[in-house]
Design a protein around this ligand. Sequence first.
Ligand code: NAD
Ligand code: TDX
Length: 340
Amino acid sequence: MNKEKVLVTGGAGFIGGNFVQHMVSKYPEYQIFNLDLLTYAGDLVKHKEIENADNYTFVKIDIADREAVMSLFKAEKFDYVVHFAAESHVDRSITHPEIFVKTNVMGTQVLLDAAKANGIKKFVHVSTDEVYGELDFDPTTFFTEETPLQPNSPYSASKASSDFLVRAYHETFGLPVNITRCSNNYGPYHFPEKLIPLTISRVLNEQKVPVYGDGKNIRDWLHVKDHCLAIDLVMHEGINGEVYNVGGHNEKTNLEVVQTIIKELGKSEELIEFVTDRLGHDKRYAIDPTKLQALGWKPTYNFDTGIAQTIQWYLDNKEWWEQILNGEYRNYFSDQYSIK
Ligand code: NAD
Ligand code: TDX
Protein backbone atom coordinates (compact mmCIF):
# COMPACT_ATOMS: atom_id res chain seq x y z
CA MET A 1 0.00 0.00 0.00
CA ASN A 2 1.25 3.53 -0.78
CA LYS A 3 2.12 5.60 2.25
CA GLU A 4 0.16 8.80 2.88
CA LYS A 5 2.38 11.84 2.36
CA VAL A 6 2.71 14.66 4.86
CA LEU A 7 4.49 17.85 3.80
CA VAL A 8 5.92 19.78 6.75
CA THR A 9 7.24 23.24 5.80
CA GLY A 10 9.86 24.82 8.07
CA GLY A 11 10.80 21.41 9.46
CA ALA A 12 14.43 22.47 9.99
CA GLY A 13 13.42 25.17 12.49
CA PHE A 14 12.45 25.02 16.16
CA ILE A 15 8.80 23.94 16.27
CA GLY A 16 8.72 22.37 12.79
CA GLY A 17 11.85 20.39 13.71
CA ASN A 18 10.27 19.01 16.86
CA PHE A 19 7.12 18.22 14.86
CA VAL A 20 9.05 16.36 12.13
CA GLN A 21 10.79 14.21 14.77
CA HIS A 22 7.46 13.51 16.47
CA MET A 23 5.82 12.48 13.17
CA VAL A 24 8.72 10.36 11.86
CA SER A 25 8.83 8.29 15.05
CA LYS A 26 5.08 8.07 15.67
CA TYR A 27 3.81 7.37 12.15
CA PRO A 28 5.91 4.85 10.15
CA GLU A 29 2.84 4.56 7.88
CA TYR A 30 3.30 8.18 6.70
CA GLN A 31 6.06 9.54 4.46
CA ILE A 32 7.16 12.80 6.11
CA PHE A 33 8.59 15.44 3.75
CA ASN A 34 10.51 18.29 5.38
CA LEU A 35 10.55 21.31 3.04
CA ASP A 36 12.85 24.07 4.26
CA LEU A 37 15.01 26.82 2.76
CA LEU A 38 17.59 26.49 5.58
CA THR A 39 17.67 30.19 6.41
CA TYR A 40 19.68 31.37 9.43
CA ALA A 41 16.97 29.75 11.59
CA GLY A 42 17.06 26.27 10.06
CA ASP A 43 19.58 23.43 10.31
CA LEU A 44 19.67 19.71 9.64
CA VAL A 45 22.10 18.85 12.45
CA LYS A 46 19.06 18.45 14.68
CA HIS A 47 17.80 15.63 12.42
CA LYS A 48 20.93 13.43 12.52
CA GLU A 49 18.97 10.63 14.22
CA ILE A 50 16.20 10.51 11.63
CA GLU A 51 18.01 11.53 8.44
CA ASN A 52 18.24 7.93 7.22
CA ALA A 53 14.76 6.86 8.33
CA ASP A 54 12.73 5.22 5.53
CA ASN A 55 9.78 7.54 6.14
CA TYR A 56 11.74 10.83 6.07
CA THR A 57 12.62 13.00 3.05
CA PHE A 58 14.24 16.46 3.03
CA VAL A 59 13.75 19.00 0.22
CA LYS A 60 15.45 22.39 0.10
CA ILE A 61 12.98 24.87 -1.44
CA ASP A 62 11.87 28.46 -0.83
CA ILE A 63 8.09 28.43 -0.19
CA ALA A 64 7.87 31.68 -2.18
CA ASP A 65 9.38 29.97 -5.26
CA ARG A 66 6.15 29.21 -7.12
CA GLU A 67 7.66 27.05 -9.84
CA ALA A 68 9.60 24.83 -7.43
CA VAL A 69 6.67 24.44 -5.04
CA MET A 70 4.20 23.68 -7.85
CA SER A 71 6.42 21.03 -9.38
CA LEU A 72 7.02 19.36 -6.00
CA PHE A 73 3.28 19.17 -5.30
CA LYS A 74 2.59 17.84 -8.80
CA ALA A 75 5.21 15.12 -8.38
CA GLU A 76 4.35 14.05 -4.83
CA LYS A 77 0.56 14.57 -4.50
CA PHE A 78 0.67 15.28 -0.77
CA ASP A 79 -2.21 14.21 1.47
CA TYR A 80 -1.50 16.70 4.27
CA VAL A 81 0.35 20.01 4.51
CA VAL A 82 1.46 21.32 7.90
CA HIS A 83 2.83 24.80 7.37
CA PHE A 84 5.39 26.16 9.85
CA ALA A 85 7.88 27.89 7.50
CA ALA A 86 8.10 31.56 8.37
CA GLU A 87 10.28 34.40 9.46
CA SER A 88 9.50 34.18 13.16
CA HIS A 89 11.43 36.81 15.15
CA VAL A 90 9.59 40.02 16.08
CA ASP A 91 12.79 42.07 16.52
CA ARG A 92 13.99 41.18 13.02
CA SER A 93 10.58 42.21 11.62
CA ILE A 94 11.08 45.66 13.12
CA THR A 95 14.42 46.16 11.35
CA HIS A 96 13.70 44.16 8.14
CA PRO A 97 9.95 43.82 7.48
CA GLU A 98 10.16 43.02 3.73
CA ILE A 99 11.26 39.39 4.07
CA PHE A 100 8.35 38.82 6.47
CA VAL A 101 5.88 39.82 3.77
CA LYS A 102 7.65 37.73 1.14
CA THR A 103 7.93 34.53 3.17
CA ASN A 104 4.96 34.70 5.51
CA VAL A 105 2.38 36.20 3.16
CA MET A 106 3.47 35.41 -0.40
CA GLY A 107 5.02 32.06 0.54
CA THR A 108 1.79 30.99 2.22
CA GLN A 109 -0.19 32.00 -0.85
CA VAL A 110 2.05 29.89 -3.09
CA LEU A 111 1.49 26.86 -0.83
CA LEU A 112 -2.28 27.45 -0.83
CA ASP A 113 -2.31 27.59 -4.64
CA ALA A 114 -0.29 24.38 -4.82
CA ALA A 115 -2.58 22.63 -2.34
CA LYS A 116 -5.67 23.82 -4.22
CA ALA A 117 -4.31 22.67 -7.59
CA ASN A 118 -3.41 19.19 -6.35
CA GLY A 119 -6.12 18.27 -3.86
CA ILE A 120 -5.25 17.59 -0.24
CA LYS A 121 -6.99 16.19 2.84
CA LYS A 122 -5.93 18.99 5.15
CA PHE A 123 -3.83 22.17 5.20
CA VAL A 124 -2.83 23.09 8.76
CA HIS A 125 -1.59 26.66 9.02
CA VAL A 126 0.51 27.18 12.14
CA SER A 127 -0.11 30.72 13.31
CA THR A 128 0.40 32.64 16.53
CA ASP A 129 -1.52 34.35 19.32
CA GLU A 130 0.32 37.56 18.37
CA VAL A 131 -2.23 38.11 15.57
CA TYR A 132 -4.75 39.09 18.28
CA GLY A 133 -2.58 42.01 19.39
CA GLU A 134 -2.11 42.52 23.11
CA LEU A 135 -4.10 42.13 26.33
CA ASP A 136 -3.84 44.42 29.32
CA PHE A 137 -2.71 43.07 32.71
CA ASP A 138 -6.20 42.02 33.88
CA PRO A 139 -5.60 38.30 34.60
CA THR A 140 -9.22 37.35 33.82
CA THR A 141 -8.96 38.29 30.11
CA PHE A 142 -7.81 35.82 27.44
CA PHE A 143 -7.56 35.50 23.66
CA THR A 144 -10.35 33.30 22.29
CA GLU A 145 -10.84 32.27 18.66
CA GLU A 146 -13.40 35.11 18.40
CA THR A 147 -10.98 37.85 19.50
CA PRO A 148 -10.57 40.32 16.60
CA LEU A 149 -7.19 40.32 14.86
CA GLN A 150 -5.20 43.44 15.77
CA PRO A 151 -1.55 42.66 15.01
CA ASN A 152 0.95 45.23 16.27
CA SER A 153 4.33 44.22 14.77
CA PRO A 154 5.31 43.66 11.14
CA TYR A 155 5.77 39.99 12.12
CA SER A 156 2.28 39.57 13.54
CA ALA A 157 0.79 41.63 10.69
CA SER A 158 2.38 39.24 8.19
CA LYS A 159 1.06 36.22 10.12
CA ALA A 160 -2.44 37.76 10.33
CA SER A 161 -2.35 38.39 6.56
CA SER A 162 -1.48 34.76 5.96
CA ASP A 163 -4.30 33.67 8.30
CA PHE A 164 -6.75 35.71 6.22
CA LEU A 165 -5.50 34.09 3.00
CA VAL A 166 -5.90 30.61 4.52
CA ARG A 167 -9.43 31.49 5.63
CA ALA A 168 -10.23 32.91 2.18
CA TYR A 169 -9.05 29.74 0.38
CA HIS A 170 -11.44 27.77 2.58
CA GLU A 171 -14.38 30.12 2.07
CA THR A 172 -13.81 30.71 -1.66
CA PHE A 173 -12.43 27.39 -2.90
CA GLY A 174 -13.47 24.95 -0.16
CA LEU A 175 -9.85 24.08 0.68
CA PRO A 176 -9.87 21.90 3.84
CA VAL A 177 -7.91 24.04 6.31
CA ASN A 178 -7.31 24.63 9.98
CA ILE A 179 -5.51 27.53 11.60
CA THR A 180 -3.77 27.06 14.96
CA ARG A 181 -2.77 30.04 17.09
CA CYS A 182 -0.29 29.13 19.77
CA SER A 183 1.30 31.07 22.60
CA ASN A 184 5.08 31.32 23.14
CA ASN A 185 6.85 27.97 22.82
CA TYR A 186 10.00 26.83 24.63
CA GLY A 187 12.01 23.60 24.61
CA PRO A 188 14.79 21.81 22.65
CA TYR A 189 16.24 23.50 19.54
CA HIS A 190 14.81 26.93 20.30
CA PHE A 191 17.00 29.39 18.37
CA PRO A 192 19.12 31.50 20.78
CA GLU A 193 17.77 34.85 19.53
CA LYS A 194 14.53 34.22 21.51
CA LEU A 195 14.20 35.13 25.21
CA ILE A 196 14.51 31.72 26.90
CA PRO A 197 17.44 30.20 24.95
CA LEU A 198 19.13 33.62 24.79
CA THR A 199 18.97 33.81 28.58
CA ILE A 200 20.17 30.24 29.13
CA SER A 201 23.11 30.58 26.74
CA ARG A 202 24.18 33.99 28.07
CA VAL A 203 23.87 33.03 31.73
CA LEU A 204 25.95 29.92 31.07
CA ASN A 205 28.59 32.16 29.50
CA GLU A 206 28.35 34.64 32.43
CA GLN A 207 27.18 37.37 30.01
CA LYS A 208 24.61 40.12 30.66
CA VAL A 209 20.98 39.25 29.80
CA PRO A 210 19.10 42.08 28.03
CA VAL A 211 15.58 42.54 29.45
CA TYR A 212 13.42 44.96 27.48
CA GLY A 213 11.78 47.86 29.34
CA ASP A 214 10.86 47.01 32.93
CA GLY A 215 10.58 43.25 32.32
CA LYS A 216 6.90 43.24 33.32
CA ASN A 217 5.49 42.18 29.91
CA ILE A 218 3.75 38.82 30.16
CA ARG A 219 3.99 35.81 27.87
CA ASP A 220 2.05 32.51 28.14
CA TRP A 221 4.60 29.69 27.77
CA LEU A 222 3.91 26.27 26.25
CA HIS A 223 6.37 23.39 25.88
CA VAL A 224 7.04 22.72 22.20
CA LYS A 225 6.16 19.03 22.57
CA ASP A 226 2.68 19.97 23.79
CA HIS A 227 2.33 22.24 20.75
CA CYS A 228 3.30 19.31 18.50
CA LEU A 229 0.64 17.08 20.11
CA ALA A 230 -1.92 19.82 19.48
CA ILE A 231 -1.02 20.08 15.80
CA ASP A 232 -1.07 16.29 15.38
CA LEU A 233 -4.61 16.31 16.85
CA VAL A 234 -5.84 19.21 14.72
CA MET A 235 -4.37 17.65 11.57
CA HIS A 236 -6.36 14.46 12.17
CA GLU A 237 -9.46 15.64 14.04
CA GLY A 238 -9.82 19.38 13.39
CA ILE A 239 -13.11 20.45 11.84
CA ASN A 240 -12.50 21.98 8.41
CA GLY A 241 -12.36 25.76 8.41
CA GLU A 242 -11.95 26.05 12.19
CA VAL A 243 -9.38 28.01 14.17
CA TYR A 244 -7.89 26.48 17.35
CA ASN A 245 -6.02 28.41 20.04
CA VAL A 246 -3.19 26.50 21.75
CA GLY A 247 -1.92 27.42 25.21
CA GLY A 248 -1.46 25.97 28.68
CA HIS A 249 -2.10 28.86 31.11
CA ASN A 250 1.54 29.43 32.05
CA GLU A 251 1.70 33.20 32.28
CA LYS A 252 5.00 34.69 33.44
CA THR A 253 6.56 38.14 33.31
CA ASN A 254 9.79 38.23 31.32
CA LEU A 255 11.64 39.12 34.51
CA GLU A 256 10.22 36.03 36.28
CA VAL A 257 11.40 33.83 33.38
CA VAL A 258 14.91 35.29 33.46
CA GLN A 259 15.10 35.07 37.27
CA THR A 260 13.96 31.43 37.18
CA ILE A 261 16.71 30.51 34.71
CA ILE A 262 19.39 32.38 36.67
CA LYS A 263 18.30 30.62 39.88
CA GLU A 264 18.25 27.15 38.25
CA LEU A 265 21.79 27.75 37.02
CA GLY A 266 22.96 29.05 40.40
CA LYS A 267 24.11 32.43 39.05
CA SER A 268 23.66 36.04 40.18
CA GLU A 269 20.80 38.38 39.24
CA GLU A 270 23.48 40.99 38.60
CA LEU A 271 23.59 39.47 35.12
CA ILE A 272 20.23 41.14 34.35
CA GLU A 273 20.51 44.34 32.34
CA PHE A 274 17.40 46.41 31.59
CA VAL A 275 17.71 47.79 28.06
CA THR A 276 15.67 50.03 25.75
CA ASP A 277 12.19 48.60 25.21
CA ARG A 278 11.14 46.85 21.97
CA LEU A 279 9.14 49.21 19.72
CA GLY A 280 5.40 48.47 19.95
CA HIS A 281 6.11 45.88 22.67
CA ASP A 282 2.90 43.91 23.32
CA LYS A 283 2.05 43.96 27.03
CA ARG A 284 0.50 40.57 27.59
CA TYR A 285 -0.52 37.42 25.73
CA ALA A 286 -2.78 34.77 27.31
CA ILE A 287 -4.66 31.96 25.60
CA ASP A 288 -8.03 30.41 26.32
CA PRO A 289 -7.57 26.84 24.99
CA THR A 290 -11.10 25.58 25.78
CA LYS A 291 -12.00 24.82 22.16
CA LEU A 292 -8.90 22.64 21.61
CA GLN A 293 -9.41 20.89 24.95
CA ALA A 294 -12.90 19.92 23.78
CA LEU A 295 -11.19 18.17 20.84
CA GLY A 296 -9.18 16.09 23.37
CA TRP A 297 -5.91 18.03 23.91
CA LYS A 298 -4.31 18.78 27.21
CA PRO A 299 -0.74 19.86 27.95
CA THR A 300 1.61 17.32 29.53
CA TYR A 301 4.25 19.78 30.86
CA ASN A 302 3.97 22.39 33.55
CA PHE A 303 6.36 25.33 33.34
CA ASP A 304 8.48 24.41 36.38
CA THR A 305 9.45 20.95 35.14
CA GLY A 306 9.46 22.05 31.49
CA ILE A 307 11.93 24.86 32.06
CA ALA A 308 14.19 22.68 34.24
CA GLN A 309 14.30 20.02 31.51
CA THR A 310 14.92 22.67 28.85
CA ILE A 311 17.86 24.11 30.80
CA GLN A 312 19.26 20.58 31.14
CA TRP A 313 18.81 20.08 27.38
CA TYR A 314 20.87 23.22 26.67
CA LEU A 315 23.55 21.97 29.07
CA ASP A 316 23.63 18.61 27.27
CA ASN A 317 23.58 20.11 23.76
CA LYS A 318 26.09 22.94 23.96
CA GLU A 319 27.60 22.01 20.61
CA TRP A 320 24.32 22.77 18.81
CA TRP A 321 23.86 26.31 20.16
CA GLU A 322 27.55 27.20 20.40
CA GLN A 323 28.00 26.69 16.66
CA ILE A 324 25.09 29.12 16.13
CA LEU A 325 26.51 31.72 18.55
CA ASN A 326 29.89 31.53 16.83
CA GLY A 327 28.47 32.08 13.32
CA GLU A 328 26.50 34.90 11.65
CA TYR A 329 24.53 35.35 14.89
CA ARG A 330 27.44 37.36 16.36
CA ASN A 331 26.74 40.18 13.86
CA TYR A 332 23.00 40.01 14.55
CA PHE A 333 23.61 40.36 18.29
CA SER A 334 25.95 43.31 18.02
CA ASP A 335 23.58 45.12 15.61
CA GLN A 336 20.53 44.45 17.79
CA TYR A 337 21.89 45.11 21.28
CA SER A 338 23.96 47.82 22.87
CA ILE A 339 25.47 45.37 25.37
CA LYS A 340 28.37 42.97 24.69
P1 NAD B 1 11.94 29.20 13.35
O1 NAD B 1 12.37 30.58 12.95
O2 NAD B 1 12.71 28.49 14.41
O3 NAD B 1 11.94 28.26 12.05
C1 NAD B 1 11.45 28.68 10.83
C2 NAD B 1 11.88 27.67 9.77
O4 NAD B 1 11.33 28.09 8.51
C3 NAD B 1 13.40 27.59 9.58
O5 NAD B 1 13.81 26.25 9.48
C4 NAD B 1 13.64 28.33 8.27
O6 NAD B 1 14.77 27.85 7.56
C5 NAD B 1 12.35 28.04 7.53
N1 NAD B 1 12.05 29.04 6.50
C6 NAD B 1 12.10 30.39 6.63
N2 NAD B 1 11.81 30.99 5.45
C7 NAD B 1 11.55 29.98 4.57
C8 NAD B 1 11.18 29.97 3.20
N3 NAD B 1 11.04 31.11 2.49
N4 NAD B 1 10.99 28.77 2.60
C9 NAD B 1 11.15 27.62 3.29
N5 NAD B 1 11.52 27.58 4.58
C10 NAD B 1 11.72 28.75 5.21
O7 NAD B 1 10.42 29.35 13.73
P2 NAD B 1 9.57 28.60 14.88
O8 NAD B 1 9.73 29.34 16.15
O9 NAD B 1 9.85 27.14 14.80
O10 NAD B 1 8.08 28.90 14.35
C11 NAD B 1 7.46 28.02 13.42
C12 NAD B 1 6.06 28.54 13.12
O11 NAD B 1 5.30 28.61 14.32
C13 NAD B 1 6.05 29.95 12.52
O12 NAD B 1 5.07 29.98 11.52
C14 NAD B 1 5.67 30.85 13.69
O13 NAD B 1 4.98 31.98 13.24
C15 NAD B 1 4.77 29.91 14.49
N6 NAD B 1 4.72 30.15 15.95
C16 NAD B 1 5.86 30.23 16.69
C17 NAD B 1 5.80 30.39 18.08
C18 NAD B 1 7.03 30.44 18.94
O14 NAD B 1 6.93 30.64 20.15
N7 NAD B 1 8.22 30.22 18.42
C19 NAD B 1 4.55 30.47 18.69
C20 NAD B 1 3.39 30.40 17.90
C21 NAD B 1 3.50 30.22 16.54
O1 TDX C 1 16.49 40.07 24.38
C1 TDX C 1 15.27 40.02 24.66
N1 TDX C 1 14.82 40.63 25.78
C2 TDX C 1 13.51 40.66 26.14
O2 TDX C 1 13.14 41.23 27.18
C3 TDX C 1 14.32 39.33 23.82
C4 TDX C 1 14.77 38.62 22.57
C5 TDX C 1 13.01 39.34 24.21
N2 TDX C 1 12.59 40.00 25.32
C6 TDX C 1 11.15 40.00 25.67
C7 TDX C 1 10.22 40.40 24.54
C8 TDX C 1 8.98 39.56 24.80
O3 TDX C 1 8.13 40.27 25.71
O4 TDX C 1 10.81 38.65 25.99
C9 TDX C 1 9.50 38.32 25.49
C10 TDX C 1 9.65 37.13 24.55
O5 TDX C 1 10.34 37.59 23.40
P1 TDX C 1 10.65 36.61 22.17
O6 TDX C 1 11.35 35.40 22.67
O7 TDX C 1 11.30 37.43 21.11
O8 TDX C 1 9.18 36.15 21.75
P2 TDX C 1 7.87 36.98 21.33
O9 TDX C 1 8.23 38.32 20.78
O10 TDX C 1 6.92 36.93 22.47
O11 TDX C 1 7.35 36.07 20.10
C11 TDX C 1 7.41 34.62 20.19
O12 TDX C 1 6.15 34.09 20.51
C12 TDX C 1 5.15 34.13 19.52
C13 TDX C 1 7.92 34.01 18.90
O13 TDX C 1 9.20 34.54 18.59
C14 TDX C 1 6.95 34.20 17.77
O14 TDX C 1 7.43 33.55 16.59
C15 TDX C 1 5.63 33.61 18.18
O15 TDX C 1 4.67 33.85 17.20
